[in-house]
Design a binder for this molecule. Structure first.
Ligand SMILES: *[C@@H]1O[C@H](CO)[C@@H](O)[C@H](O)[C@H]1NC(C)=O
Ligand SMILES: *[C@@H]1O[C@H](CO)[C@@H](O)[C@H](O)[C@H]1NC(C)=O
Ligand SMILES: *[C@@H]1O[C@H](CO)[C@@H](O)[C@H](O)[C@H]1NC(C)=O
Ligand SMILES: *[C@@H]1O[C@H](CO)[C@@H](O)[C@H](O)[C@H]1NC(C)=O
Ligand SMILES: *[C@@H]1O[C@H](CO)[C@@H](O)[C@H](O)[C@H]1NC(C)=O
Ligand SMILES: *[C@@H]1O[C@H](CO)[C@@H](O)[C@H](O)[C@H]1NC(C)=O
Ligand SMILES: *[C@@H]1O[C@H](CO)[C@@H](O)[C@H](O)[C@H]1NC(C)=O
Ligand SMILES: *[C@@H]1O[C@H](CO)[C@@H](O)[C@H](O)[C@H]1NC(C)=O
Length: 650
């Protein structure tokens, strides 16, 4: 009897486990991962009307989505004081059941917007948005952004190349596909072996035009490809489109779209297709972005007032009022001062929402600058990279131009090399700083849609976050310099000692100017000595760079290493390699200097440096001129060429 009961229990347990097994999806992916949620700043007026409309429209879109193969729905309820327009969309790989599950999750989450008259939730599996006016035609709007995950891949550069091609193909093909959605995969092949697969989707609102979809996806592509150089998954969100890639499957292999028929070059058919066809080339992307930008401005100019973007505008660069920033920094009080740079003083401030920010008072205030200010700010504020300081907003209406930037509690690298924290960084931290700085520069030079040359890389411009990861500050600011300014402080266009000889002497500006400064900074990080320290020649001392070359030539470069570093905590080979890379960066002419992406490759590759640096490529008298010039405080600099060369489209 007891045995029989036992058997029944066992069978029951097996049955329950079987049922559980059946209900767990084969690939459980967090499709309700909430990526972005925002609420309107404006409250509804009549809550009874508002909630009535909200419930009606949410119910309506949900009903529409319960039909098989429907992934997109809109509804409106506009009878009374508080109209509600809603849009709901699932990614097309979702089953009807998962789609409804995602939308249900989104609508309960968006209820936290309370009585706000607009809200939006973007999730991996779906998108839900409501507003008090129709917004169904929105495509790309300020606040668009890339969201990078945090898992790094073991074969990053290969994976990056594949993802880049896949995303580019998707952004060309999707606007031409009925339903404006596509999913595709690509194998990552390393020496003829399929090592992994890249998965990606692109999707537009079904209510936008093919051209609108194309514009939106081009911006999304620019935003998301920066992730691919870093991590195995990324997303781009915008008002009218969505893009995602991952190294792990988030849709089934039989749910892909064949892109080939949609990638054919239809150059003869229409103008849109011509643009789409060349977009694979970076030049085309640049042209397209300009067109988007012009189109933007035009639509902005014709817009009546501020309501154009919908109440739940994604967070772009924020317009701060001068009085708020003055209050935040306690009237720019001395004790709030974080430092002074070539472009002006920086203050710590606490803004209204309680966040701590850094406020930079720009010391350049001519009227031409002010005119360019906002468009330049837009360019800089769209730069998203984990090794670059975020520009959060600006203020152009007060007596000075102000920039609001991410605040870094640990301050600058200079403090850790030469200031109060001297000698506290271990080798791993130093290496991470070198690597991160190289990545940030490679992004500015080669991955952002316009080339940004920093021109002033030095330890005080490399800030450190809580985990001692570097973030480069002050990039793009050289662009704000008025072109007619011929006599400016050298601090503006580069700090001598860190500045490449061809730029000091001939004002020849290329990305390699930053490569040079990077090499010098690496030598400083390794040695703990300043490049500008004046040597006591009677005691046989030399300038840092000269010293490094001399030691390298006699294979003694380990003597350069900072004595505060614990020799048991680093491998001699690693440091030697880093020193060699640094020396390569300081070579001239510019053609023998590596690009920053080559530097990133060299640093991440375990093998040895193939083309070791050669002293033949260095003119020591250049170095001396360079350093000695830095002792004088001002220098005549013609900035006009620089500003033009720097904005080369890609
Ligand atoms: C909207 O209502 C919330 C309370 O639900 C309130 O905290 C907020 O200040 C209101 N916003 C405006 C702009 O009136
Ligand atoms: C709308 O729906 C919410 C939640 O489902 C409910 O609490 C509320 O009573 C509804 N309001 C109206 C006016 O139907
Ligand atoms: C959806 O499709 C499945 C199979 O294709 C079918 O069994 C089901 O009845 C359909 N549901 C609706 C609501 O049409
Ligand atoms: C609002 O809903 C009505 C009826 O469903 C529809 O005819 C109309 O086109 C909708 N308006 C917008 C702007 O979508
Ligand atoms: C990234 O890492 C943090 C913890 O380090 C974790 O909380 C977060 O969920 C991760 N994000 C993603 C997208 O994996
Ligand atoms: C992109 O499309 C081109 C042209 O069809 C194809 O050769 C290439 O392999 C595709 N790239 C990826 C990564 O799918
Ligand atoms: C890699 O996978 C692709 C498609 O999944 C297939 O066409 C190709 O033959 C595979 N290559 C190798 C070397 O296995
Ligand atoms: C795709 O594959 C899944 C299982 O992996 C299967 O259930 C489904 O029927 C397939 N769909 C099509 C259209 O072949």
């Amino acid at each position: 009897m007891t045995q029989w009961w036992f058997l029944r229990w066992q069978m029951l347990v097996v049955a329950v486990m079987f049922i559980i097994f059946l209900t767990i999806p084969a690939k459980s992916q967090p499709q309700t991962n909430l990526l972005i949620q925002s609420c309107s700043q404006v409250n509804a007026t009549n809550l009874q009307n508002f909630y009535g409309n909200l419930n009606t429209t949410f119910g309506d879109v949900r009903r529409q989505l319960t039909n098989n193969n429907t992934y997109f729905a809109t509804a409106n309820s506009t009878r009374n004081t508080d109209p509600v327009y809603v849009l709901a969309q699932c990614r097309n790989y979702m089953s009807t059941r998962d789609c409804l599950g995602c939308i249900d999750y989104a609508s309960s989450s968006i209820r936290s917007c309370g009585i706000a008259n607009g809200g939006r939730s973007v999730l991996d599996g779906c998108f839900l948005r409501y507003e008090s006016n129709a917004f169904y035609g929105d495509t790309t709007l300020p606040g668009n952004q890339g969201l990078c995950g945090n898992q790094t891949s073991s074969q990053q550069s290969l994976f990056e190349t594949v993802v880049d091609g896949l995303l580019s193909n998707l952004s060309i093909a999707t606007p031409r596909i009925n339903g404006l959605y596509a999913a595709a995969t690509a194998p990552v092949v390393d020496s003829n072996i399929n090592t992994s697969t890249a998965y990606a989707i692109a999707q537009c609102s079904e209510t936008v035009t093919s051209d609108g979809c194309r514009n939106c996806l081009q911006v999304a592509y620019a935003n998301i490809r920066s992730c691919a150089s870093d991590v195995t998954d990324g997303r781009a969100v915008d008002s009218g489109c969505f893009m995602r890639y991952s190294a792990s499957a988030f849709f089934r292999n039989n749910q892909t779209t064949d892109l080939v028929p949609f990638l054919r070059d239809e150059s003869s058919s229409n103008k849109g297709a011509i643009i789409g066809g060349v977009v694979g080339g970076v030049g085309g992307l640049f042209i397209l972005l300009i067109i988007v930008l012009v189109w933007y401005r035009r639509s902005r100019r014709t817009a009546p007032g501020g309501g154009l973007y919908g109440a739940t505008e994604l967070q772009g660069p924020k317009d701060y009022s001068y009085s708020d920033l003055r209050k935040a920094t306690k009237d720019f009080r001395e004790e709030n001062k974080l430092g002074e740079g070539g472009f002006g003083d920086v203050y710590k401030g606490t803004v209204k929402d309680g966040n701590i920010v850094a406020v930079k008072k720009l010391a350049i205030g001519s009227s031409t600058t002010k005119e360019n200010f906002e468009s330049e700010v837009r360019v800089i504020s769209n730069v998203h990279h984990r090794n670059l300081i975020r520009l959060l907003g600006c203020c152009s209406k007060g007596p000075e131009l102000l920039l609001v930037l991410e605040y870094m509690a640990n301050g600058s690298l200079e403090k850790y090399l030469y200031g109060e924290k001297r000698g506290t960084l271990n080798w791993k931290q130093r290496y991470d700083i070198i690597f991160g700085t190289a990545r940030g520069l490679a992004y500015l030079h080669e991955q952002y849609h316009v080339t940004i040359i920093h021109r002033d890389i030095k330890p005080s411009n490399i800030l450190l976050d809580n985990e001692f990861q570097p973030k480069i500050a002050d990039f793009g600011l050289a662009r704000l310099l008025p072109e007619d300014q011929t006599h400016i402080s050298t601090a503006f266009a580069g700090t001598l000692g860190y500045t490449a000889p061809e730029y000091v002497m001939n004002r020849q500006l290329t990305e390699k100017v930053d490569t040079y400064s990077f090499g010098i900074v690496v030598l400083e990080i390794v040695s703990g000595k300043r490049c500008t320290d004046i040597p006591d020649e009677s005691a046989g001392e030399q300038y840092l760079l000269e010293h490094a070359w001399n030691l390298y030539e006699t294979r003694m470069h380990l003597k350069l290493v900072d004595e505060t570093l614990d020799p048991t905590k680093y491998k001699e080979e690693d440091i030697k390699k880093v020193i060699e890379i640094a020396l390569m960066c300081t070579q001239s002419p510019v053609s023998v200097r590596p690009t920053m992406s080559e530097v990133v490759m060299l640093l991440s590759d375990r093998s040895r440096v193939q083309n070791p640096p050669s002293r033949q490529n260095v003119n020591m008298s250049d170095i001396r001129i360079d350093v000695n010039n830095s002792m004088s405080t001002t220098k005549s600099v013609s900035n006009a060429d620089a500003t033009i060369t720097e904005l080369t489209g890609r």
